[in-house]
Design a protein around this ligand. Structure first.
Ligand SMILES: *[C@@H]1O[C@H](CO)[C@@H](O)[C@H](O)[C@H]1NC(C)=O
Ligand SMILES: *[C@@H]1O[C@H](CO)[C@@H](O)[C@H](O)[C@H]1NC(C)=O
Ligand SMILES: *[C@@H]1O[C@H](CO)[C@@H](O)[C@H](O)[C@H]1NC(C)=O
Length: 236
């Protein structure tokens, strides 16, 4: 079936010089974005569970720790579409292959034209590159949104610190019965820097957790090869 589609794209390419524009660009970008919802959510959920069990003392743990990532998801939802569209079109796939004078470069159009065309046939021909672009873009954006110092990272940090402190306070209430008061400051200070360090460590793992959610280096769970190729080729 894969072979059939590849041949089909070759056959179509010379005739279908039509570039992927308008509805085609919107449709394909939106389809990938929609397919990625599950991998994105699984990744953030995994990280949220690690935050909950590693950084938050039992008395303050969340029922639904994924909400720590609400600011990240909110920003992602605002930015993801435009950034993904740009990463695919025109950063890699360039509309028609023609130059400014409307002339096809030598050997174009065809799928292996030196300047990669943005035709549906070309998208199918370079499908592994396309899935790699989508994965890199999505993971890169989420990694940026969880980079220490970014606005969204700081929002997550604030919520995590607040719960961690609350848990620590409840714990210390109990501890104070058996421990002299002056030792408490030291414990509290160590708790804060441990939490900050721990959060950075968990955030750093985002790309590898995302890769795992996508089935590893072959991206087998983030390919949707058969349905996406059919979807792409429905555009003229
Ligand atoms: C995606 O990122 C990987 C790892 O950094 C890199 O090897 C690969 O070339 C990138 N893919 C694309 C299409 O840029
Ligand atoms: C991540 O941030 C860097 C530095 O600001 C930027 O160059 C890069 O394009 C961003 N990547 C994504 C996928 O947004
Ligand atoms: C405080 O100690 C009591 C009695 O040992 C225990 O039942 C309770 O769960 C403790 N609370 C916290 C927040 O650790």
């Amino acid at each position: 079936m894969q072979l059939t589609l590849t041949i089909l794209s070759f056959l179509q390419a010379p005739a279908a010089v039509t570039a992927c524009e308008g509805e085609c660009i919107i449709g394909i970008t939106s389809a990938f974005l929609g397919h990625y919802t599950s991998a994105v959510f699984t990744t953030l959920q995994t990280m949220a569970n690690q935050i909950n069990t590693q950084l938050i003392p039992v008395p303050a743990r969340q029922q639904n720790p994924t909400q720590y990532f609400d600011p990240v998801l909110e920003a992602y939802n605002l930015i993801a579409y435009v950034d993904l569209e740009t990463a695919i079109f025109p950063r890699y796939f360039h509309g028609k292959c023609q130059d400014a004078n409307g002339v096809d470069p030598p050997g174009c159009p065809n799928p292996d034209c030196p300047r990669v065309c943005g035709t549906p046939g070309s998208l199918v021909h370079f499908y592994p590159t396309l899935t790699s672009i989508v994965f890199n873009q999505t993971t890169g954006l989420l990694a940026n949104l969880t980079t220490p110092g970014s606005k969204t990272y700081n929002q997550v940090l604030q919520a995590v610190m607040s719960d961690a402190n609350e848990g620590q306070r409840k714990r210390l209430e109990n501890l104070s019965r058996i421990m002299p008061l002056r030792s408490r400051g030291t414990i509290e200070a160590r708790g804060i820097s441990d939490t900050q360090h721990g959060l950075k460590n968990i955030m750093q793992k985002l790309p590898s957790i995302m890769l795992h959610a996508c089935g590893g280096s072959g991206l087998s769970l983030c390919s949707w090869e058969q349905p996406m190729k059919e979807f792409i080729l429905q555009y003229p």
